[in-house]
Design a protein around this ligand. Structure first.
Ligand code: HEC
Length: 122
């Protein structure tokens, strides 16, 4: 039995190949089962909660969206205090702070439009 080691090697290689094939078949089968499963699943419908991080509709909304959404969400605006004391002067100071302290690149011409929007809407 001079060739015995060689034969064992060939047999081992063959059984390995068979194993691989079986594994591939199994993978293909489970893929088929998966796609069958999703095809027969009932459609899911759900309602998203209201958007809270968006600016409310108001005058010059577009200017505000262009200038006030780069660094933080609209939540920063909607969580500010409300009432007659928090209107034009308050928002003017806020916008000035965004520009002077935090470096917001806002054109001078846009500032009164933003203040008007904020005072009228919040
Ligand atoms: C360059 C970035 C930047 C832009 C653009 C920006 N902000 Fe801010 N804003 C900040 C930072 C930084 C804070 C402070 C965050 C903190 O304290 O956690 C802040 C905080 C605020 C607050 C919370 C109150 C306060 O004073 O800290 C409000 C209100 C606000 N921003 C409104 C605005 C409005 C309105 C605009 C558009 C005119 C704007 N921001 C644009 C950076 C910016």
């Amino acid at each position: 039995m001079k060739h015995a080691p060689l034969l064992t090697l060939v047999a081992a290689a063959l059984s390995l190949a068979a194993l691989r094939l079986a594994a591939l078949r199994l993978a293909a089968l489970s893929l088929a089962a998966l796609s069958l499963g999703s095809a027969s699943a009932a459609p899911i419908s759900y309602t998203l909660p209201d958007e809270t991080a968006a600016f409310k509709a108001g005058p010059n909304l577009e200017v505000v969206q262009n200038n006030c959404t780069a660094c933080h969400s609209a939540d920063y605006v909607s969580t500010q205090p409300r009432g007659p004391k928090f209107k034009k002067d308050f928002w003017q100071a806020e916008v000035t702070k965004m520009i002077k302290v935090y470096g917001a690149p806002i054109a001078d011409a846009d500032v009164p439009k933003i203040v008007e929007y904020l005072a009228a809407t919040y």
